[in-house]
Ligand binder design. Structure first.
Ligand code: G1P
Ligand code: ZN
Length: 542
């Protein structure tokens, strides 16, 4: 029976960079999740009789959330609701299912790389029919709806068995539980040369993949160990846990420091990799060689044609503005399109749909392609394996060769986390106010060529996104970008992105933090970071 439940709106349901993210207790407030899900559905035109996909990373509150979501979806006229067994379906796999099954869209229950557990984070993101995150116009409409919602529709029914494959009837809707890995694996088999990668492993290639107690464990075991023959046990933390085993499932140099340390040893793996809570991020470390995500994007763009799915070449590359320009150099050489977008995967969807680009990436450990409309951690790792299987060289030699050919974009990001939100806003305001005056000024001996705030005019739908980060561009091509995170749940996070180009090959082996120290000092001075944040050093350097 469908029930109409009266409710009061919450005022804080505005989606950020990547959906609505809050602490678990916030989501556990009465009607909180239901209000948001109904607000989203109210904005989905044509939902009657349509297919909906529900993805999830298995984090704490996922099992409760999926039951609520299923019952609201069934009461809102969706004819079929597809989700992964036990609520597990990685973000890229969900994107694939939306596309393959011609769904009208999907809800991804995840807070990505944010910690899980009763005091951790939870999140909900809506993806549209192309499989990608809903554009800003949609998320703003859902937010507007959430501020006035006074009732939601929900089915009064016993809980659905989410742990057994197959179909069940839920009033007028069919609920379909699928294997979370199968369709995704089939897609990967089409894109990559599994025979070549199998050969690589047979030759003794040493590989380590950390699923970080999150969603990619089952994907890693099925694909790397079973299908490709990597040694059993090379997938670490392979069982998805509601609190990710207490770890922070963010594959960066801080939260996956153990992988980095192992990779720097003489007997370290040839390739160490990791993914995040919901499976869309990736970390790539070769023996004695960390590959920055910006460099990884450039290497993938330059070598994608070695994988069967991209043998015909790529149409272009897109990167978020704070991502380094390493990929631009590759695109220029290949003579393909290069697009610069604001931070957040949602901006790539239109470019991919229009066929303008094939490969996309962000400095925040996100890389992907036109195969789905999300970034894809396991895909990026398979791409690296495919490239290494063909080129037969170490990651370090591959990077050296790449830099020798294109020059090296030294790059680092400094995060100041959980700082006072008002002070962080003041820091940005003060910077913005000084932008016009900064051009032409010198700071510690470097002249500023241009200082502005990035805005993006989408070439496909004409939409304008403003206030997408402050850029300070120096005459020597180095750059500082300041922006506030849109995914945090406590206070504010200031991100400072530092980049410097080096053409001289004899300097490519220098230590990144040494090279970047002068630029970091300029950033600190320009924005008075210690004054506004009370911090003398960043919390995360990646
Ligand atoms: C962060 C990253 C961004 C990424 C997003 C979702 O957003 O910086 O590149 O798309 O997470 O994974 P931010 O917290 O900076 O708004
Ligand atoms: Zn993620």
């Amino acid at each position: 029976m469908i029930r109409i439940i009266a409710t009061n709106p919450y005022s804080d349901q505005r989606p950020g960079t990547s959906g609505l993210r809050k602490k678990v207790p916030v989501f556990q407030q009465p009607h909180y999740l239901a209000n948001f899900v109904q607000s989203v559905f109210d904005c989905v035109e044509g939902r009657q009789g349509a297919i909906l996909v529900v993805g999830g990373d298995g984090r704490y509150f996922n099992r409760e959330a999926i039951q609520i979501t299923l019952k609201i979806a069934a009461a809102n006229g969706f004819a079929r609701i597809i989700f992964g067994r036990s609520g597990f379906l990685s973000t890229p796999a969900a994107s694939n299912v939306i596309r393959q099954r011609k769904a009208i869209g999907g809800l991804v229950l995840s807070a990505s790389h944010n910690p899980g557990g009763p005091d951790g984070d939870f999140g909900v993101k809506f993806n549209i029919a192309n499989g990608g995150p809903a554009p800003e116009g949609f998320t703003e409409a859902a937010y507007a709806r959430s501020k006035v919602i006074d009732a939601y529709r929900i089915l009064e029914a016993p809980d659905v068995d989410i742990d057994s494959l197959g179909e069940t009837q839920l009033q007028d809707s069919v609920v379909e539980v699928i294997d979370p890995v199968a369709d995704y694996q089939a897609l990967m088999e089409k894109l990559f040369d599994f025979d070549r990668i199998r050969e690589l492993f047979r030759g003794g290639f040493r590989f380590s993949f950390d699923a970080m107690g999150a969603i990619t464990g089952p994907y890693g075991v099925a694909i790397f160990e079973k299908a490709l023959g990597a040694p059993a046990g090379c997938v670490l933390n392979a069982v998805p846990l509601p609190d990710f085993g207490g770890h922070h499932p963010d594959p960066n140099l801080v939260h996956a420091a153990h992988l980095y340390n192992a990779a720097m040893r003489a007997d370290g793996p040839d390739l160490s990799a990791a993914s995040d809570g919901d499976g869309d991020r990736n970390l790539i470390i070769g023996k004695s060689c960390f590959v920055s995500p910006s460099d990884s994007l450039a290497v993938i763009a330059a070598n994608a044609h070695l994988a069967p799915g991209y043998a015909g070449g790529i149409a272009g590359v897109a990167r978020s503005m704070p991502t380094s320009g390493a990929a631009d150099r590759v695109a220029r050489k290949l003579g393909v399109n290069m697009c610069e977008t604001p931070t957040g995967w949602k901006f790539f969807g239109n470019l991919l749909d229009a066929g303008m680009v094939t490969i996309c990436g962000e400095e925040s450990a996100g890389t992907g392609s036109s195969h789905v409309r999300e970034k894809d951690g396991v895909w990026a790792i398979l791409m690296w394996l495919n490239i290494l299987a063909v080129r037969r060289m170490s990651v370090l030699d591959l990077m050296r060769a790449h830099w020798a050919e294109y020059g090296r974009n030294f790059y680092v990001r400094h995060d100041y986390e959980e700082i006072d939100a008002d002070r962080a806003a003041d820091l940005m305001k003060s910077l913005r106010a000084r932008l016009p005056a900064l051009t032409g000024q010198s700071i510690q001996g470097s002249r500023i060529a241009k200082a502005d705030e990035f805005e993006y005019l989408d070439p496909v739908d004409g939409s304008l996104s403003s206030n997408q980060g402050v850029r300070i561009l120096f005459e020597d091509e180095s750059r500082i970008v300041f922006r506030l995170s849109g995914t945090g749940t406590v206070g504010a996070t200031l991100r400072v992105y530092l980049e410097m180009f080096e053409a001289d090959q004899s300097r490519h082996g220098l230590d990144v933090s040494d090279v970047m120290a002068p630029l970091a000092a300029k950033a600190s001075l320009l924005a008075d970071i210690p004054g506004y944040t009370g911090r003398s050093a960043p919390d995360v350097v990646t």
